[in-house]
Design a protein around this ligand. Structure first.
Ligand code: NDP
Ligand code: 2IT
Length: 463
């Protein structure tokens, strides 16, 4: 194991040139975090905007605010042992990365997927800190999960896994300390089992998770919030540029929580969605995935737990195995599956086919090479930390309702969600060098997200 380097204790000096400063910073981070490519990618994306912004702000530089943000407060890792329906014992690894609690309790989802490792959870916790800051609600950043694969597991196996996972996690969370939620592989079923085990272990009915069922403290609109927010972000972007969603052809990837509610809201806005995908391939339905077909997909994914090719058989359209939807001509694209699902070849296809804006539902779905191709191609890109913040925003509203022992109506929550997404758009415009219709949303989101957390860290002293 290579020795981690200490961050220098010398006061930082102003950079001689922008590129050199970013390279030097990233070199240090890379040396301290070997074998963590996703984490380094997320830090790189932020550093290239934040370092030039703080170049003439010695208070941020001397107090090493960005350097401190790149080191999570703590990383918890634990064994999760459980028995399958045949009595066989399985061992998974559980994690919680508590990233930064400068502006509120750690807040962020749990991911159950075989690909989960420390690099992925550190990137997600890092992103979450900036995203949560953008929502304007008092939430710090965290992320957790396990390499457990719920696919093909019975409900009782998933329940036993969740109970084993919570038996350790219970020691590290609390309504004013750390409040997890769902992410890939963690939906209403898993949150219910996790909540039940926490209640049994502590004998307390507390708001320690969000995304709960509405009968036990879950906010109305939390299931819809991420996908709806992704579309509200796009609506704000288009209106800012004097355009609208009406009549637009859209490609969406994924077919889980974020993707399906993204499609639902696009339909309401009068757009036409022609693709969905999962890890086996994508379907292309040129007629559009209307409300009825979407309800069928939701039942397929949430209840029957089937694969997306079943859609092609049911509705007689094309299915392409082991492929992604980015070659399908569209006006707008919504990557809603997973990180790095859109590479530079995909980006070139989108540019060539006339796509003009992207709103990211998944976290960090676009590779750095793809970002460059999209920017050179003139495509507006709303990054995940801004575009998918609606989910955690409504989680924040769920926390507020739990604290008040009260529940708002769907309309009340949706109104607040719309206003939060409009506020995020506004912050991106403020910091994203507005040139009328040409806003750099990546830069805007990175800097706006950074400033609030940085101010709080400075006020709270060095630790
Ligand atoms: P779900 O588990 O509900 O759905 C995930 C979807 O993405 C499935 O269609 C899944 O296909 C596909 N997918 C997952 N991993 C891969 C992979 N490695 N390759 C190809 N396809 C893959 O998760 P969510 O909809 O909740 O999450 C989707 C994205 O949105 C994630 O990046 C998540 O971090 C992000 N997000 C989620 C929020 C939420 O509130 N749920 C909030 C903000 C962001 P398959 O079933 O075949 O694996
Ligand atoms: O990536 C995300 O923002 C989430 N998975 C939602 C986190 C939350 O706490 O609702």
């Amino acid at each position: 194991m290579p020795q981690a380097k200490k961050l220098s204790s010398k006061p930082a000096t102003a950079p001689s040139k922008k590129g050199g400063d970013v390279d030097e910073f990233l070199h240090l981070i890379a040396a301290r975090n070997p074998s963590e490519p996703e984490f380094l990618q997320a830090v790189h994306e932020v550093a290239q905007d934040v370092l030039p912004f703080i170049a003439d702000k010695p208070e941020y530089r001397e107090l090493k605010v960005l350097e401190r943000m790149t080191e999570p407060d703590r990383i918890l890792s634990f064994r999760v042992a459980w028995q399958d329906d045949d009595g066989h014992v399985h061992i998974n690894r559980g994690y919680r990365v508590q990233g930064n609690n400068a502006i509120g309790p750690y807040k962020g989802g749990l991911r159950f997927h075989p690909s989960v490792n420390q690099s992925i959870l550190k990137f997600l916790a890092f992103e979450q800190t900036f995203k949560n800051s953008l929502t304007s609600l008092p939430m710090g950043g965290g992320k957790g999960g396990s390499d457990f694969d719920p696919k093909g597991r019975s409900d009782s196996e998933v329940m036993r896994f969740c109970q084993a996972f919570m038996t350790e996690l219970v020691n590290h969370i609390g309504p004013d300390c750390d409040v997890p939620a769902g992410d890939i592989g963690v939906g209403a079923r898993e949150i219910g089992y996790l909540f039940g085990q926490h209640k049994r272990l502590t004998r307390q009915f507390q708001g320690i998770l969000t995304g709960k069922g509405p009968s036990f403290g879950g906010s109305l609109m939390r299931p819809e919030a991420t996908g709806f927010g992704v579309v509200y972000m796009m609506d704000n972007m288009l209106r800012h540029a004097g355009d609208s969603l009406d009549g637009k052809t859209c490609v969406v990837s994924g077919s889980g929580n974020v993707a399906t509610f993204c499609v639902a809201k696009l339909n309401e806005f009068g757009a036409k969605v022609v693709t969905l995908s999962d890890s086996s391939g994508f379907i292309h339905d040129p007629e559009g995935i209307d409300a009825e077909k979407l309800a069928w997909v939701m039942d397929l994914k949430n209840n029957r737990r089937g694969r997306i090719d079943a859609y092609a058989k049911e509705f007689k359209c094309d299915f392409q195995a082991d492929a992604k939807p980015w070659t399908v001509p569209c006006d707008l694209a919504f990557p809603c599956a997973t990180q790095n699902e859109l590479n530079e070849i995909d980006a070139a296809a989108l540019v060539k086919n006339g796509c003009h804006a992207i709103s990211e539902g998944a976290n960090m779905p676009t590779t750095p090479g793809a970002v460059q191709v999209l920017q050179e191609g003139g495509i507006s890109l709303a990054p995940a930390k801004a575009a998918n913040a609606g989910g955690v925003a409504v989680s924040g509203l769920e926390m507020s309702q739990n604290s008040q022992r009260y529940a708002w109506t769907s309309e009340e929550v949706d109104t607040k969600l719309k206003s939060i997404m409009a506020g995020i758009h506004e912050q991106c415009v403020t910091y994203g060098e507005p040139d009328q219709s040409n806003v750099n949303y990546l830069k805007g989101a990175n800097i706006a997200g950074f400033v609030k957390v940085a101010e709080a860290m400075i006020a709270q002293g060095v630790h």
